[in-house]
Design a protein around this ligand. Sequence first.
Ligand SMILES: Nc1ncnc2c1ncn2[C@@H]1O[C@H](COP(=O)(O)OP(=O)(O)OP(=O)(O)O)[C@@H](O)[C@H]1O
Length: 345
Amino acid sequence: MSTPASEYTPRRANWLASSNATAGGLDVDPEALDDFDSIEEIAWDSAPLTYHAPVVETADSKEIAVAVDGVSMVYRVRSSTEYLKAENRFARMVKQVTGSGWAEIPALDEVSFVVNRGESVGVIGTNGSGKSTLMKLLTGKVRPTTGEVYATSTPVMLGVNAALVRTISGRENIKLGCLAMGLSPEQAAEKFDMIVEISGLHDALDMPLKAYSSGMASRLQFAIATAVDPDILLIDEALNTGDAQFRARTKQRLDEVRSKAGCVFLVSHSLGTIKQMCTRVIWIEQGRLLADGDPEWVCSQYEEYTSHKSNDRKRSAQIVYDRTLLKLAPLQLEFSEGTRPTRAG
Ligand SMILES: Nc1ncnc2c1ncn2[C@@H]1O[C@H](COP(=O)(O)OP(=O)(O)OP(=O)(O)O)[C@@H](O)[C@H]1O
């Protein structure tokens, strides 16, 4: 799908190459310079950036499961302070009295990618980067501000928020949950063993739910939610509640979905879970698609980025951001006649 990116020469390397002459023979280790923001400033301006032309991708209707085509999302929310930004005094007073100031919160910016059947895609990014927004758009329940999401079948969001009844047992909750998700009583009975198996709660099945720990309840909710057999499955953070055994069983279930020619999206802050479960990783940062590819590589860039961020090394974080972005070939989607999948929703 992607064209090999031309090699990116880190700016610091360029700077060091030119500075060797002036370094008076001193042996300077580039890595040792990482913490010096002033040096980063010099490095920053010394090398030009090169950007790729977009890769035009013709979507193959036999392979494709989801296509996200130039999607941007801006939330509009009422803001109590927005009136201060009104153009003149009168407008400001009106807004102040009516409280009608609106603030715009950009969440996604021109995101494009294609996911084929059988893929399991991890979605990573720091807090507020736009992962959940992307998931909401994939379900089709929320429309993007611009761009379009296409899917061959309606993606199903698997959350841990399916309602459970506290006063009845886990066993009864499984039956009730399946019926609530639209399964017939026969289908619910068929799925029962699998749900118990995934939840790992064999011994606690007849206890009322109020006696479950929150982790146990989450596992039960998650297991019930997996009873539906969606073609495209979206999971947002749900896997963080379980232990290693629970994750292993869940992986098995996700592999089943994938093997039935479906695809899975998994949002998680746990890179271990992502690497274990996914065949491909998408990194969304500040609303932009920053990387899309091999889980090991994308996660390692992300780890480097977050480590710089958490140590307040803004320049170094920015360098990792830019370097990673340069490896991404921007995608321009093209549908051949009659092959455009339906809009998600
Ligand atoms: N319903 C909403 N109304 C207004 N702004 C929103 C809404 N939902 C999300 N946002 C904003 O959109 C941006 C992206 O949020 P989103 O929840 O998609 O990020 P995230 O990557 O899932 O974050 P986290 O990892 O913390 O769950 C944030 O700036 C957030 O404040």
